[in-house]
Design a protein around this ligand. Structure first.
Ligand SMILES: Cc1cc2nc3c(=O)[nH]c(=O)nc-3n(C[C@H](O)[C@H](O)[C@H](O)COP(=O)(O)O)c2cc1C
Length: 415
């Protein structure tokens, strides 16, 4: 996934992706050793556009002071049910009314138990009962506490209520034991928060996404490839996950972390990509083909390294299988297919010509020579053309935002 930094990878002030813009998150911090990590996560949420209002339990304040959260979120931190009480303001009611989502991070075994059983003996647990929106629990504790039947039952109760419980990670814990109990990584928390705030319009639908370049071997050392980073396809896969899709990502070699929860199929060559896509496409409801697949591959591949000797070398390349065409030929009724088209100049005419040859539901075209729209950048400037030839030229956007726009259009075909 791309970084949450406000600048793009080149340090320029590219358009931001702020999926939590205008959202208010109640951050409930309870007393575990991972409180120090929660401070960094709070800052990351602010970077994604959220207003973060922190509520700390008395025990959480033994680990980090409220001042840390106040400074990182630029908001007052709340700690007591009876603070700021007057005839007009009851803190746990007014905070609960203000928030879009409640994030319990870290969630101790104690707050999980209190929430599961409806206890309300401090501000945070009272707020949980007074809040009717989505709640995301991020447990962090000693592995024995985490695996205890009482904690498992309590987490199951929260899940059955429709809340999100982000699994704790495995590894070394602060108490010196190895096992499951570490606070989940930021990427997992971020995805859980955004998903909990996103309408689940793709719920239960199978979404197949292709991404990245392919590599065509010449010999054991050398290969032909292209400049695709995979960022666009990974962003599309992530956005489809957030909307509740069951996402399979067929990816060529990329250095990116796949979005949490995505079923990843790694391939290398165009032939491997074609095999994997043809197999997965049978079941898919939505297919989004953003990979930059090689059009040609060396006709002969040497098993040993080709020696340097001749001044010039002539290679014969043969055409690879056209994956989009084969998916279109075998298309099931109702299947929604999106193709991509990377061009160098004369974008509109070339895109329309491709749409004639390959009648996809949506074509995403970009001119890779345009500033900010080429390979390996965090932004893109695309032209969307739908099956009725309606065109929409999007401004320069982050790739995550382009993914949002693409999925919005795809959702429009489902109605
Ligand atoms: C050094 C130390 C570290 C602790 N770490 C955790 C932890 O990671 N997770 C947890 O559930 N409890 C942990 N506890 C125990 C909780 O602080 C204790 O259960 C407390 O009652 C939690 O209160 P709260 O949920 O109201 O914040 C820790 C206690 C100490 C002394």
């Amino acid at each position: 996934m791309s970084s949450d930094n406000k600048n793009n990878s080149r340090g320029s002030s590219a358009p931001l992706y702020a999926p939590l813009e205008g959202r208010v998150i109640l951050l409930g911090v309870s007393g575990g050793i991972a409180v120090f990590k929660a401070a960094g996560y709070a800052r990351n949420l602010v970077r994604l556009g959220a207003r973060v209002i922190t509520v700390m339990t008395a025990n959480a304040q033994n680990f980090v002071t409220p001042l840390t959260f106040a400074a990182l979120t630029c908001q007052r931190v709340h700690t007591d049910t009876f603070d700021d009480m007057d005839a007009h303001t009851i803190p746990h009611i007014s905070l609960a009314r203000e928030a879009d989502l409640m994030l319990l991070l870290p969630a101790t075994a104690n707050i999980i138990a209190k929430a599961a059983n409806g206890l309300a003996d401090d501000l945070l647990s009272t707020l949980y009962l007074a809040f009717s929106g989505p709640a995301v629990f991020c447990p962090a504790m000693n592995p024995l506490m985490y695996s205890h039947a009482a904690t498992r039952d309590n987490m199951a109760a929260l899940l059955s209520r429709g809340h999100t419980v982000v699994d704790a990670g495995f590894g070394d814990t602060a108490c010196g034991e190895k096992g499951q109990g570490r606070l989940a990584e930021w990427e997992d928390v971020r995805e859980a928060v955004i998903k909990a705030l996103t309408p689940q319009n793709l719920h239960g639908l199978r979404v197949l996404v292709t991404a990245g370049p392919t590599r065509e071997s010449l010999d054991p050392v050398r290969f032909f490839s292209n400049r695709s980073s995979g960022k666009m396809g990974y962003a599309v896969a992530g956005e489809a996950m957030r909307r509740g899709g069951r996402v399979t990502l067929v990816t060529g070699p990329c250095s990116l972390q796949p979005p949490p929860g995505v079923n990843v199929i790694n391939v290398v060559s165009a032939a491997e990509m074609a095999d994997a896509v043809e197999k997965q496409a049978i079941e898919a409801d939505i297919i989004i083909m953003s990979a930059a697949v090689a059009d040609y591959s060396p006709a002969e591949k040497s098993d040993i390294k080709i020696k340097k000797g001749m001044d010039t070398v002539t290679l014969t390349m043969k055409k690879t299988r056209d994956i989009l065409s084969s998916v279109l030929e075998k298309r099931r009724p109702g299947q929604i297919i999106t193709g991509f088209c990377a061009e160098t100049g004369d974008l509109e005419a070339k895109a329309m010509e491709k749409l004639e040859r390959k009648p996809v539901d949506l074509l995403v075209a970009n001119d890779v020579t345009e500033h900010g729209a080429g390979f390996d950048v965090d932004t893109n400037r695309v032209l969307l053309i739908d099956r009725d030839h309606n065109q929409e030229k999007l401004p320069l956007l982050s790739k995550e935002e382009v993914a949002v726009r693409i999925l919005n259009r795809i959702e429009g075909f489902l109605r």
